[in-house]
Design a protein around this ligand. Structure first.
Ligand code: C2E
Ligand code: CA
Ligand code: CA
Ligand code: CA
Length: 287
């Protein structure tokens, strides 16, 4: 190892090695993490831009790793997708957040002003092609006693680009049952806008990059035109528009003026524990 061959190792990027080791370690730890209950969910409110009320929340999964602490989804979702663990993990996220939605409704009891809080759950492309998706979703909703229209499944635009009918079939079935389908990260893919008509979606989630471009003042007039165009097209197709990554009141106001329906972002609240969402929604309903 001291010969010329050994030198090749010294040239290797030690940080890249460390990342590879962690990646490998995290990948092998994933299945037991699910068994041991190391995953948890944070909820981020979805706020109606017209009246500022909390209408629901997006479920965002985290991993409380015994050595590395809390890991965000970007660290482990790709690994779970690669190994197929995303199917049971995604099912757990769905089950847990639907159960949570039911609990919020029970807690709210008499708060008449408060409609049922809707729950948004992210679906990975691997879950879309898994044959159990529709039945699992039906079972989970039934077990919790939650009506399908309280659930929204978020699928990224890139997962549906060029999707054939086989891929769309389970989404269509779910949409027919009353589950909302949202097109996530909209505007980052290269989908043909006309293509939207064949997708069983009822909500467009405008990617954070659009919200970021509202940060400058005055905002880039071309960006404003693009958002305006997307919103008017979406509304003409009967789709609601949600914007993500809203960090300032000025952005919220700009996006409201442009006709967006619902917003999500740090300006309203960071993702947090379920009690937090419950409090925000209650304060909101009782004034
Ligand atoms: P996403 O679906 O686009 O979720 C929005 C991300 O933006 C979340 O990051 C959220 O914490 C973050 N965010 C919210 N408001 C703001 C803001 O005002 N400013 C900024 N800079 N960021 C904001 P997070 O929680 O790290 O999730 C990252 C991605 O991981 C999600 O992106 C989603 O694609 C994926 N993900 C999360 N949970 C799940 C899950 O249960 N299943 C699957 N398949 N993917 C998930
Ligand atoms: Ca999402
Ligand atoms: Ca998104
Ligand atoms: Ca995103």
């Amino acid at each position: 190892a001291k010969s010329a061959g050994g030198n090749r190792f010294e040239l290797a990027d030690p940080e890249a090695d460390a990342r590879a080791i962690t990646r490998h370690g995290l990948t092998t730890a994933l299945p037991t993490a699910l068994e041991r209950g190391e995953f948890f969910i944070e909820y981020q409110p979805l706020v109606h831009l017209g009246d500022g009320s909390v209408r629901g929340a997006e479920a965002l999964v985290r991993w409380l790793h015994p050595q590395h602490g809390v890991l965000g989804p970007d660290r482990f979702i790709p690994l779970a997708e690669h190994t197929g663990l995303i199917v049971p993990l995604g099912r757990w996220v769905l089950e847990e957040s639907v159960r949570q939605a039911r609990e919020w409704r029970e807690l709210h009891g008499g708060a008449e002003a408060l409609g049922p809080l809707r729950i948004n759950v992210n679906l990975s492309p691997c879950q879309l092609t898994h044959p159990g998706l529709v039945q699992d979703t039906v079972d989970i909703l039934e077990r919790a006693g939650v009506e399908p229209h309280a659930l929204c499944l978020e699928v990224t635009e890139s997962a549906l680009i060029g999707a054939d009918d086989d891929l769309l079939k389970p989404l269509r079935r779910l949409a027919e049952m009353g589950v909302d389908i949202a097109l996530d990260d909209f505007g980052t893919g290269y989908s043909n806008l006309a293509n939207l008509r064949r997708l069983p979606v009822s909500i467009l989630k405008l990617d954070r990059s659009f919200t970021q471009s509202m940060q400058q003042f005055p905002a880039d007039p071309v960006d404003l035109k693009i958002v305006e165009g997307i919103v008017s097209l979406a509304h003409s197709l009967d789709l609601a528009v949600t914007v993500e990554g809203v960090e300032t009141g000025a952005q919220a106001e700009q996006l409201r003026t442009l006709g967006c329906d619902t917003a999500q972002g740090w300006y309203y609240a960071r993702p947090g524990p379920p009690e937090r969402l419950h409090e925000l929604a209650l304060v909101d309903a009782t004034g």
